[in-house]
Design a protein around this ligand. Structure first.
Ligand code: DHB
Ligand code: MG
Length: 221
């Protein structure tokens, strides 16, 4: 068996035994696929981990940079009671699909999606002096990862958890002499994290249905 098939099989086993997704999670993936969205959502074990962390910190306000079809948003929204998720998404089509999935799951009252460039939306949230967020997921274009993170820090409080997807990128993060903008973008975030002492941070490497990758978990001191 190829290792990728094994990773996928084991993930299916884990999902089936332990992750136990609500049917609206699976519906969201089916609808996203039908609408032609790329299958680049976080995998269910990662979604469930975020869900557990949100519950653990009693999160009431969450922010998501990059919504896609709303799969991760559903893991986030369903972990908060009386909470609010603001999602930032550039693609009009993704916004439409995500809002439909969120409505079908019954979370339309607690989720707002702002369509547009996430950098501009983040700056607007800062300007508007919105209350800080308890949990932030960054899972959008890789090139501006550092800019997203720096703006997310301004929307955080002591104890905010910032999740960043795709921090290993198939292992390419350590490839030599690369000019790949995604990799360079991800690396700029590592270099910033290396220097700063106002967060506790780690990256967990993962394998599964999405291949080899990893995510950062960052806690603001
Ligand atoms: C891909 C995966 C992701 O998780 C993402 O956020 C963007 C792209 C990919 O595999 O191409
Ligand atoms: Mg991702």
């Amino acid at each position: 068996m190829k290792k990728e098939e094994l990773w996928k099989g084991v993930e299916e086993y884990i999902n089936d035994k332990i992750v136990k997704q609500e049917s609206f999670m699976l519906d969201a993936l089916i609808e996203s696929s039908k609408a032609g969205l790329p299958p680049i959502n976080v995998d269910p074990p990662e979604g469930k981990l975020m869900h557990i962390i949100l519950k653990s910190i009693g999160a009431k306000r969450a922010l998501e940079v990059g919504v896609l079809g709303g799969f991760s948003g559903l893991w986030i929204a369903s972990a908060m009671k009386g909470g609010k998720l603001i999602g930032l998404e550039k693609s009009e089509k993704h916004v439409r699909v995500a809002m439909e999935n969120i409505k079908n799951a019954g979370f339309q009252e607690s989720v707002e999606i702002i369509e547009g460039d996430a950098i501009l939306s983040l700056k607007k949230l800062i300007e508007d002096k919105v209350n800080p967020f308890d949990f932030i997921l960054i899972d959008a274009n890789k090139e501006p990862y550092l800019e997203y993170f720096l703006l997310a820090m301004k929307l955080s409080h002591s104890g905010t958890i910032i999740f960043v997807d795709n921090m290993v990128w198939g292992g390419q993060v350590i490839s030599d002499n690369t000019e790949d903008r995604d990799i360079l973008g991800i690396r700029r975030l590592y270099n910033d994290l290396q220097k700063r002492n106002d967060v506790d941070a780690t990256v967990v490497q993962t394998v599964g249905s999405k291949g080899y990758d990893g995510f950062a978990v960052i806690r603001v001191k």
